[in-house]
Write a protein that binds this ligand. Structure first.
Ligand code: ADP
Length: 486
């Protein structure tokens, strides 16, 4: 027998004892000729006891018995038949085979031996199993993705979309191929494409998800608001393998929001009219009583004036919110000295009756080109908050610095501070820190301030330590003409 034949074969006696094996057989079963030759096949290759439903021995035996009975070759289906692990006695190695048994007869027609041919097909079988598992999990994912009310998509890192769920196809009234070729970006509102593209590029760099409210066109050509979340999926090396998009329609929420904001605008507008008359009446009375000796009346009048002014500020805040939301906020720039404005606002806040000590670090002669009344309201908000959220008599530092084409204003207090989890949220509309609910406010000051600063191309943020105080910063870009005056 040719032991070096390029086949995996085993030669058995009619009693199923091993006569010899090819080198490749020994290799595939990880045995040596000495340990198996002379042994009964099932003594040399016992069943893996760790596999309770193993059927290798039973099946091979059935095939061999058939060959013995019929004298004809028999080919088996792929079998799992583990082999003993020589490096770990008692352990077995997973193996799949495609065995066949062929009888060989002598000149007298008596059975001389049986040749078992077998290929080690373990790798293909295991790869098939993984593929099947993947297919099942993919089917599962698609079913889930079609059941959720959101529009789901998958894209390669280069942006090529590989999957849209049924909701996307229904929304666009297109097939997968049509929608893919038509392009995800074609459906986006042109106003939102630049910001989305920019934010997606930043997210790809940081390997973080992004969330953005944006409009997508439906089949009728109407743009409807959606909350679009794109999350990167990372491989073991932390590289992006794909993006998963989840896009949920929020048109009704947006419309409700718009109605609420219109309502706030309308109410504020209606409240303003009687308040303006009241302010005018108070001014007339003040002029008439200017020379009065009745200190109670003059004092009360001053207080009434302060209160109407405060009320007017609050109403203006709400009016600004509704203007902002309907996109009607316009920035009217003119040049002014920022230091002068800061001094004015500090004076105004002090006049409202506070015992806090303001420390203004010189802002030099820095000139900014900005909307003065709006920057004034930002300063007024930040300074009133510093007063509101810090103990009486404590210090408030205000300073400005100009560098790298930017003016940075900071307002620092020695107050209650802000916990990290609230720091991002305080710039959101109507957000108030729960533990401060006893201090009056509507949670719109910082939101408006942030919008105003951002409309100027600046940034606003806070650094804070709970119990020690907070520092609010905002920046305004300095253009060339403004920088010249520094
Ligand atoms: P309001 O003060 O009317 O509640 P704002 O929008 O001005 O609304 O502020 C939002 C929240 O941020 C406040 O409710 C407060 O909890 C917190 N906050 C703002 N400024 C400060 C500050 N200087 N120190 C501590 N907390 C502050």
């Amino acid at each position: 027998m040719l032991q070096t034949a390029p086949n995996i074969y085993l030669v058995l006696s009619p009693e199923l004892y091993i006569l010899t094996a090819s080198n490749l057989y020994l290799e595939a079963t990880e045995t040596t000729r000495e340990t198996i030759v002379g042994k009964h096949i099932f003594e040399a290759f016992p069943e893996n006891p760790e596999l309770p439903d193993a059927s290798g021995v039973k099946n091979i035996n059935a095939s061999l018995q058939e060959v013995l009975r019929t004298g004809k070759p028999h080919k088996m289906r792929i079998q799992r038949y583990d082999v003993p692990d020589i490096h770990h006695p008692g352990k077995f190695i997973t193996r799949y085979w495609d065995p066949s048994h062929t009888p060989v007869f002598d000149d007298n027609g008596a059975l001389s031996y049986i040749i078992q041919l077998a290929n080690n097909v373990t790798e293909q079988v295991l790869a098939d199993k993984v593929r099947q598992k993947l297919e099942i999990s993919e089917r599962h994912f698609r079913l889930l993705a079609d059941l959720v009310p959101a529009k789901i998509s998958n894209a390669r890192p280069n942006g090529e979309v590989t999957y849209f769920n049924q909701r996307w196809l229904d929304y666009a009234h297109l097939s997968f191929e049509e929608l893919r070729d038509f392009g995800y970006y074609q459906m986006m509102h042109p106003d939102e494409i630049p910001v989305f593209t920019e934010r997606l590029a930043a997210a790809a760099k940081e390997k973080k998800p992004i969330e953005m409210e944006m409009r997508f066109k439906n089949a009728a050509g109407d743009y409807r608001w959606h909350l679009n979340i794109a999350s990167p999926v990372l491989d073991d090396n932390g590289e992006i393998t794909m993006w998963v998009g989840s896009t949920t329609e929020i048109q009704r929420l947006k419309e409700d929001d718009q109605r609420k904001s219109d309502f706030i605008g309308m109410v504020s507008h209606e409240l303003k009219t009687p308040l303006t008359s009241l302010t005018a009446i108070l001014q007339v009375v003040e002029t008439k009583l200017r020379k009065s000796d009745d200190t109670f009346v003059t004092g009360a009048l001053e207080k009434a004036n302060q209160q109407t002014k405060r009320m007017s500020q609050l109403i203006n805040g709400f009016l600004n919110i509704s203007r902002l939301e309907s996109g009607k906020i316009a920035i009217e720039r003119r040049s002014f000295l920022i230091g002068g404005l800061i001094r004015e606002v500090i004076e105004e806040v002090s006049l409202a009756g506070t015992t806090h000590i303001f420390e203004l670090q010189s802002c030099g002669k820095t000139v900014v080109q900005a909307d003065q009344p709006k920057i004034s309201s930002v300063l007024s908000n930040l300074l009133s908050n510093a007063v509101k959220y810090s103990p009486k008599g404590s210090r408030i530092w205000v300073s400005c610095e100009a560098f790298e084409g930017e003016l940075r204003v900071s307002i620092a207090d020695e107050g209650i501070g802000i916990r990290p989890e609230d720091r991002e949220k305080i710039f959101e509309r109507f957000y108030r820190v729960k533990s401060n609910s006893h201090i009056s406010g509507f949670g719109i000051g910082l939101y408006l301030s942030a919008e105003i600063v951002e409309h100027h191309g600046g940034r606003i943020w806070v650094e804070s330590e709970t119990g020690k105080g907070s520092v609010f910063y905002f920046t305004l870009p300095l253009n060339k003409s403004a920088a010249r005056n520094q």
